[in-house]
Design a binder for this molecule. Structure first.
Ligand SMILES: NC(=O)c1ccc[n+]([C@@H]2O[C@H](COP(=O)([O-])OP(=O)(O)OC[C@H]3O[C@@H](n4cnc5c(N)ncnc54)[C@H](O)[C@@H]3O)[C@@H](O)[C@H]2O)c1
Length: 266
């Protein structure tokens, strides 16, 4: 039987598109930036970490632009995005990936840490979308991918700040998907389960300490919690983000996609 891969043609081709990925110095963001660049997009990786000379950078493509940007700082985001327009003439893709986590029992919540999670994970997404949507609406083409989480759909103890922020992002995805549809600006979200990133390493190390586990036992603690019994690789998240920006996904907007090894079904 002959294989007809050519029927997919340039379905995944992002050449000519300009993408901004937030929180792209490491983890999911770096993998997303790498995947979009591999699909042909011009990619601007925006991360708070680029303000530090010693930042670990997992971008594997020298052609990816790097810019220091704090998603919670409206003036900073506005300037960075207008710089992208000045340099490239358009901004077609925004991946709202920057995120942080803080877990505590409700009675022990440190409100400064709670607010910090809401500020980055929720307000940061609103600020970046606000400025990107203005450009995308005017050009009548845009793709916005929000990185939410399976935690938006779970009820895991101590995850209140993180889950609240992600639940809000998942619902904003529905609202903005509807609101921006007349302008051909599609808004979707990826909701991953556990992914092996520096954030995940932090979670594994915390469980190691709390439960006196070996690294393997702590890894399994998370892996065994999902039906497919594994922790995702960042490349998988990058690939899904690229698909959502491609022509393959042009019939979907306002949707949350569970990339969760069966942990949640939406
Ligand atoms: N790792 C997981 O298991 C997992 C699962 C589901 C969803 N997610 C989501 O994926 C996204 C990336 O997570 P990760 O695991 O790669 O995390 P990570 O901590 O490894 O990387 C996060 C990146 O975001 C950047 N960042 C943080 N605050 C910022 C700010 N204010 N402005 C700009 N950049 C900022 C950091 O510098 C860092 O480079 C997050 O939104 C996270 O909630 C992660």
């Amino acid at each position: 039987m002959s294989c007809k891969l050519e029927r997919f043609g340039n379905l995944f081709d992002l050449q000519g598109r300009v993408a901004v990925v937030t929180g792209a110095a490491q983890g999911n963001g770096a993998a997303i930036a790498n995947a979009l660049a591999d699909a042909g997009a011009t990619v601007v990786a925006a991360d708070l970490a680029f303000a530090r000379p010693d930042a670990t950078v997992e971008l594997n493509d020298e052609v990816i632009d790097r810019v220091a940007m704090n998603v919670t700082d409206e003036g900073n985001v506005k300037n960075v995005f207008s710089g992208v327009i000045e340099r490239y003439g358009h901004m077609d893709i925004l991946v709202n990936n920057a995120g942080t986590i803080y877990k505590a029992p409700v009675e022990a919540l440190d409100m400064d840490k709670f607010r910090a999670v809401i500020d980055v994970n929720l307000n940061g997404v609103v600020i970046c979308t606000k400025y990107a949507a203005a450009y995308m609406k005017a050009q009548k083409w845009g793709r916005i991918v929000n990185i939410s989480s399976s935690q938006a759909y779970l009820r895991m103890e101590t995850y209140s700040a993180y889950a609240a922020s992600k639940t809000a992002v998942s619902h904003l995805t529905r609202i903005w998907g509807n609101e921006l549809a007349p302008y051909n600006v599609l808004v979707n979200a990826l909701c991953p389960s556990f992914v092996m990133t520096p954030m995940m390493v932090g979670s594994i190390e915390r469980i190691q300490q709390e439960k006196q586990f070996t690294w393997e036992e702590a890894y399994d603690y998370f892996a065994q919690a999902v039906p497919l019994k594994r922790i995702l690789d960042t490349v998988e998240i990058g690939n899904w983000a690229a698909v959502l920006c491609s022509d393959l996904a042009r019939a979907t907007t306002g949707n949350n996609f569970a990339i969760t090894c069966g942990q949640v079904q939406l």
